[in-house]
Design a protein around this ligand. Structure first.
Ligand SMILES: C[S@@+](CC[C@H](N)C(=O)[O-])C[C@H]1O[C@@H](n2cnc3c(N)ncnc32)[C@H](O)[C@@H]1O
Length: 289
C-alpha cells in the first residue's frame, strides 16, 4: 500500500468513526507523518512511496485508536499551547486554549512588578509555569500537583523550554507541602472543576482518556475553589493576587465563595467569545478571624 492509498483509507475510517473528529484529513496526515517521521509535505510529494509492513501496521493502529476516541495529542505525544509544544501523555490534562486567558492575565499583572514569586496550583503538563517563565525573566515559580507522574512530565517540558532553573515542582495536595513563611505575590490555578453531573456529559475522548484527577471538582465542581478560597490567604502577601480559571457558569459561585472568605477587589475576565474564564481577587490586609 502506498502513502496516497493509506491516507485515503485512513481518512475513510476516521470519517466513519463516532468519535468527535473535526479535521479527519489533517489527522490522517499527521498520524502518517508520525509513523514515517516525515513532514506532511513529504506525504504529498511522495504519494507513490510504498509503506513497509511495520509502517502500515503502526499507522492503522493509530487510526484505530483515534476512531475509538483517543485524543490526537496523546497519539502524537505533544500539544501546542501559546505557540510552544508541550509533551503530553495520559498522566496530564491536554492544555486547552481557554487557559491562555489566565496566563495572559497573570503575565500582565507581574509585568508591573520588579520581580515576582508565583505559585501555580495543579501543574499538569507545566504549560502555565513554562509560558510565565518564558515571558518574564524576573519571575520565580513554584508549581504543585498531587500527581507525581504529571510532575515528571512537567519537568521534561520545563527542560525542553529552558526554564527549569526558575520553576520548582513539588508533589503537594494544594498547599500541604508549602510553608507560609515567604508569601507569594501571585497564586494562580486552573483546578479540576467538572461537577458529578457534567462528568457524565463529557465526550469519550475526554472521559475515557484524560486523567479524572485533573477533571473532577467534586459533586458541585467547586471543591477546589472552596479549598483555595479558604487556604490561599495564608500563602499570599498582603495585596497579593489570586487568579483562578473557572468553568462555564461557575463564576458567580466562585465570586460568592471569595466574598464569603473576605477576598477583595474581585474581578472577572473574559475570553474572546465573551465567556468569563477567570475570577481574580486580592488578599485583604488583615486576615479574618
Ligand atoms: C485542570 S488540570 C490543569 C493542568 C494544567 N495546569 C493546565 O492548565 O493544563 C488540574 C491539575 O490539578 C492537579 N490536582 C488535582 N488535585 C490536586 C490536589 N489536591 N493538589 C494539587 N494538584 C491537584 C491535577 O493532577 C491536574 O494536573
Amino acid at each position: 500500500m502506498d502513502i496516497r492509498s493509506a491516507l485515503h483509507l485512513g481518512l475513510q475510517q476516521l470519517q466513519q468513526s463516532s468519535a468527535d473528529i473535526a479535521l479527519p484529513h489533517l489527522e490522517a496526515q499527521l498520524l502518517l507523518s508520525l509513523v514515517l517521521q516525515k513532514p506532511k509535505e513529504y506525504l504529498i510529494a511522495y504519494g507513490e512511496e510504498v509503506l513497509n509492513d511495520a509502517q502500515r501496521q503502526q499507522y492503522f493502529d493509530y487510526i484505530g485508536q483515534r476512531t475509538k476516541g483517543r485524543p490526537m495529542a496523546y497519539l502524537l505525544g505533544y500539544k501546542e499551547f501559546m505557540g510552544l509544544n508541550f509533551f503530553v501523555d495520559e498522566s496530564v490534562l491536554i492544555p486547552r486554549d481557554d487557559t491562555e486567558v489566565l496566563v495572559n492575565y497573570v503575565l500582565k499583572h507581574i509585568a508591573a512588578l520588579p520581580s515576582a514569586s508565583v505559585l501555580n496550583l495543579g501543574t499538569g503538563s507545566g504549560c502555565i509555569e513554562t509560558i510565565l517563565a518564558k515571558n518574564n525573566p524576573n519571575v520565580q515559580i513554584i508549581g504543585v500537583d498531587i500527581s507525581e507522574r504529571a510532575l515528571m512530565l512537567a519537568k521534561k517540558n520545563l527542560q525542553l523550554h529552558g526554564v527549569e532553573d526558575r520553576v520548582t515542582l513539588l508533589v503537594s495536595d494544594l498547599f500541604s507541602a508549602l510553608s507560609s513563611i515567604e508569601p507569594f505575590d501571585v497564586i494562580c490555578s486552573n483546578p479540576p472543576y467538572i461537577s458529578t453531573k457534567d462528568m457524565r456529559r463529557l465526550s469519550t475522548d475526554i472521559l475515557c482518556y484524560e486523567p479524572p484527577h485533573a477533571l473532577y471538582g467534586g459533586q458541585d465542581g467547586l471543591h477546589f475553589y472552596r479549598r483555595i478560597a479558604v487556604e490561599a490567604q495564608a500563602y499570599l502577601r498582603d495585596g497579593g493576587l489570586l487568579a483562578l480559571e473557572v468553568g462555564s457558569n461557575q463564576s458567580l459561585s466562585v465570586i460568592e465563595l471569595l466574598q464569603k472568605y473576605g477576598w477583595l477587589a474581585i474581578e472577572t475576565n473574559q475570553d474572546l467569545q465573551g465567556h468569563i474564564r477567570i475570577v481574580s481577587a486580592k488578599k485583604q490586609k488583615e486576615p479574618i478571624e
